[in-house]
Design a protein around this ligand. Structure first.
Ligand SMILES: [Mn+2]
Length: 154
């Protein structure tokens, strides 16, 4: 069993070196590994699956092209990745934490920053179905404005 683990790329521009290297990595490793795990904060910010920005479009195209199965966990920046994105990108969303069938515990890790009470309370709000549906009912421009003002940690 061969796997690769990626996290915290914070991609925000399809023309950046980081995005190009990510695409190359998936193109090469996607041919020879059994599973690819992306453990959060793949993008700098995800404002909803209907995002039609260049980076969102490039990301879906890049991910859906990979022959190996891709598993994606939310980070503290991209916790809004949803079912529509998963389907369009041909990836599977993982809960956090997640234990593989051979006993690896996977987590983005922000849930364990327990001394940061302010962050944990914000995290609870951001992950609630109520807050998310309220956000997703706004326009993309409005969500972008709110998200940019509230950058939730690294
Ligand atoms: Mn993070």
């Amino acid at each position: 069993m061969h796997r690769i683990f990626i996290s915290d790329l914070h991609l925000d521009d399809p023309d950046s070196i980081a995005f190009q290297r990510f695409a190359e990595c998936l193109a090469v490793e996607g041919q020879r590994v059994d599973e690819i795990f992306i453990l959060g904060d793949l993008v700098e910010m995800w404002i909803g699956d209907d995002d039609d920005s260049e980076v969102a479009t490039a990301l879906k195209a890049t991910l859906s092209d990979v022959p190996a199965p891709i598993f994606l966990m939310h980070g503290n920046r991209d916790f809004m990745f949803g079912k529509a994105f998963a389907q369009a990108s041909n990836i599977r969303l993982l809960p956090d934490p997640y234990v593989t069938n051979d006993g690896l515990l996977l987590s983005h890790g922000d849930a364990y920053c327990t001394d940061d009470k302010a962050y944990q309370s914000m995290r609870e709000t951001f992950r609630s179905a109520e807050w998310q549906s309220q956000m997703l009912s706004k326009s993309l421009a409005e969500i972008w404005r709110i998200a940019t003002a509230a950058k939730p940690g690294k």
